[in-house]
Design a protein around this ligand. Sequence first.
Ligand code: FES
Length: 317
Amino acid sequence: MIREGWIPARVRARYNATDSIAVFDLEPISEGPVADSPAGSHIDVRVGPEGIVRQYSLCARDSLPGTHRIAVLRVDPSRGGSSAMHDLRVGDTVEVSKPRQNFGLAEVSRHILLAGGIGITPLIAMAWSLDRSGGDYHLHYVARSRETAVFVPDLHDNPRATLHFTGGDRARRPDAVTLLGPPDPKAAVYVCGPESFTSQMLAGAADLGWAPSALHTERFGAAETKDPAQLSFAVRLASTGAQYEVPPDRSILQVLRANRVRVDFSCEQGICGECVVTALAGTPDHRDDVLTDSEREGGAVAICVSRSQGPLLELEL
Ligand code: FES
């Protein structure tokens, strides 16, 4: 059964780029032509008998009409998603979302791309896009070793890319001072990688004085439980006045869907932005990784993970 908002897709090709990274070309079956997506876009993939949903950046070098190319790291231990992906063979089917872009190139004259491990996927797509448009960039790719790194042949002769191999020793990871240097008002910094890498780079950039508006990141993976002490609160729909109790162990999204309120959603992890609505009253307790500060100030709230700081949240629904 295909669920609403999901598109069946066939594995058109796959190859193992490294021992733990497989590259897949997924071909949506029933959606008509698939347009090329801007660099930094990702899709959700629903895979396996349990319908596990994961997000993967699109990373085709050249136009691949009708196909989404993704690279998937087998996580050890896997929570199910990456091993289910690696079990796929040519001809198997999954479900995919339409591409989304929460991590695009800013309108600046210089771009600094910092990739850690599998975080290379959106950033190499950005580098290729900047190659095509003539944009000024430098890509730093930090990986354990040449053998575990993906896209090495594509980057090897690129003077605007630097590969850093750490041997798995975090102490050998280059720091933000080395990679970024002093703040440049004409530059933007993009960071994608494991949480420890992303946190280290962002903290280092902030210490150097880079403005928060110059720093861009995307985090994939299941959202952490940010506050186990969740309290009950109520949500009210502005259109009807209907009010529902959200218990500690349920999300706003789950409560609304259980009450047949039609809302869009996809990842249920606070990273895709599909479920975002506007809070008209009350104070959201934001727990997503997708909204910007200005979007939050404008009332946006991701109802799949965020909660309420007070007893009532009124939503523009
Ligand atoms: S469903 Fe993806 S952010 Fe809420």
